[in-house]
Structure formats: structure tokens, C-alpha cells
Design a binder for this molecule. Structure first.
Ligand code: MBD
Ligand code: FE
Length: 284
């Protein structure tokens, strides 16, 4: 892996993630209606967890002030989306999954960007002329929970490149690189030509990376494809697909792997890979 560009900084991608998040909220950021009762019950329990940790770990004033400084730094670095999606979202997703049938979901993460180019199947994701990485043909079918094909299905896909960077967040990449909304055929079938992503490393120069280092953890997510799979009248599934044998599968810093979501690509004999994966959506 040779970097022919300056490494994107944590501040750059963290800040973009915060902007992307604000944009995704739209007018909702004006204040969704949550009852006083709900606010009180959730926040009381959350604070009780913090209080309990302070008591059981005998947290000192020095540590308390360091924590305050740290939280300020995460906000100023624009890294709240990164921090929360890495350390918290997987539990929110677990709870959501209790009421979900069909293909297993996984976390959205901080790097989704809406409004990407729509491409009919068979589709090649937008990529640079010299895009590095193992060519991958990813094919399959979208069906409902009764096994019927879903015409009009769309696969909104985004992924890191062969160096683990996402377009829209790493400034050296063209907008829209390795992102697209693939429109399946009348039988819900799709074929997507792309490359295998590299594993993703949390930027080590920002506050999230600083915590990981201070705690002696590792900053890696296993290589993954992100997908939102949609079909009319069906519940959209947000998920990620991983690669059999990939590094960090058993120790994802974001705790977002599931055994049902691991792809097993075959080598086509010419260095390119192919894999199939079918999606099942439940009625909306
Ligand atoms: C990622 O690429 C990602 O998918 C998540 C969930 C968090 C940080 C980076
Ligand atoms: Fe990701």
C-alpha cells in the first residue's frame, strides 16, 4: 500500500461527518417531540450508570476534569458522529434488530451520503481510472420474507477504497467514488462491479483515536461494504457485509460484525473475485 497523497486528517473527516449528519437531520434538528417522561427515564438511567462507574472505580477529580476536557475535544474535532457510531450505535442496532425480520442489519456509521448516482444493473460503481484493489463482482437478488422477488429494489452502496478511505470524507478522493444507488432488475436481481475495500482504521490523530491509544485498544474495523437495501412497500434494511478471513473480524472496534453478514468470495482464476448475497426485506 503506497500512499501517493497526504493522509486525510481526523479533523477533516470528523468535521465532514458532523456536517453530513447535520444535513441528514434536516428540520428534525429543530426538535423532535419526546415526552418529559421519556427524557427523564432515559437520562436518569444514563446518569446512574455514570455515577455508578465513578463510585465503583473511585474516579478522582483529576480524572473528572480530564474527561471534561476530552468531551470538549471530541465536539470541537467534530468527532461525535465517529465516536458514537463506533462505541454506541451497535447496541442501538441490537435493540432495533429485536423487532426486525429478514436480512440482518448492522450499523449505519458516519460515512453515508445520500443522493448518489443511480445506476441500473449490471452496474459499475464510480471509480478512478487507476482505482486499486481486487476487482469484485457482487451479485444477488432482493426478495420478500415469503421468497417473492422484489422488482424496483435499490441497493444504496458505499465503501472504503483499497487504502481504507471514504470519498466525501478523505479530501484526495473524487466525490461519489465507490458510492452508488444500484437499481435491481424486474426480478430484484443485481450485479455490482466494484473492488474489495481495505480494512478501516479510526483516524489516529483525533480524539477518538487518542482514546483508543490511551486505552491500549486497536483502531481497526474489518473490511466491509455498506448497504441500504430498499424496495417499495418494504422496510429498508441498513447493513454491512464483511469478507471471510478478513483481519479484525473478531475484534471490530465498532462491534458491528455478525456471522450472517460474512461474504465468501471465490477467485475467478484471473485474480478477480465474485460473490453472491441475497437480501430479504419484510413488509413495511
Ligand atoms: C466506519 O467505516 C464505519 O463503518 C463505522 C461504523 C464507524 C467508523 C468508520
Ligand atoms: Fe464503514
Amino acid at each position: 500500500m503506497t500512499a501517493t497523497h497526504d493522509s486525510p486528517t481526523a479533523a477533516g473527516s470528523g468535521d465532514s461527518a458532523t456536517k453530513a449528519f447535520r444535513a441528514s437531520r434536516g428540520s428534525a434538528s429543530a426538535g423532535p417531540t419526546v415526552s418529559q417522561e421519556r427524557v427523564s427515564e432515559v437520562v436518569t438511567d444514563l446518569l446512574a450508570g455514570i455515577h455508578s462507574t465513578i463510585r465503583s472505580k473511585k474516579v478522582t477529580y483529576d480524572e473528572f476534569q480530564a474527561a471534561k476536557q476530552y468531551l470538549i475535544d471530541v465536539g470541537e474535532g467534530g468527532e461525535w458522529p465517529l465516536f458514537l457510531d463506533v462505541f454506541v450505535e451497535h447496541v442501538v442496532e441490537d435493540v432495533a434488530a429485536e423487532a426486525q425480520d429478514g436480512t440482518k442489519g448492522s450499523i449505519l456509521g458516519p460515512y453515508y451520503l445520500p443522493g448518489q448516482v443511480r445506476i441500473d444493473t449490471p452496474a459499475t460503481l464510480p471509480k478512478r481510472p487507476d482505482e486499486q484493489g481486487t476487482a469484485l463482482l457482487f451479485a444477488g437478488q432482493v426478495r420478500d420474507t415469503a421468497g417473492n422477488p422484489l422488482p424496483g429494489a435499490e441497493l444504496d452502496i458505499w465503501q472504503a477504497d483499497d487504502e481504507g478511505y471514504y470519498s466525501g470524507f478523505a479530501p484526495h478522493l473524487p466525490d461519489g467514488n465507490l458510492r452508488g444507488v444500484v437499481v435491481a432488475d424486474a426480478e430484484g436481481k443485481f450485479e455490482i462491479h466494484t473492488i474489495e475495500p481495505a480494512a478501516y482504521q479510526i483516524p489516529t490523530d483525533g480524539p477518538t483515536g487518542a482514546l483508543i491509544e490511551a486505552a491500549g485498544w486497536h483502531p481497526w474495523r474489518p473490511a466491509h461494504l455498506h448497504l441500504m437495501v430498499r424496495a417499495p412497500e418494504h422496510r429498508t434494511i441498513t447493513t454491512q457485509l464483511y469478507f471471510r478471513g478478513g483481519e479484525w473480524l473478531d475484534s471490530d472496534v465498532a462491534s458491528a460484525t455478525k456471522s450472517e453478514l460474512i461474504l465468501d468470495p471465490v477467485d475467478n482464476g484471473d485474480g478477480t473475485h465474485s460473490v453472491t448475497y441475497d437480501f430479504t426485506l419484510e413488509p413495511a
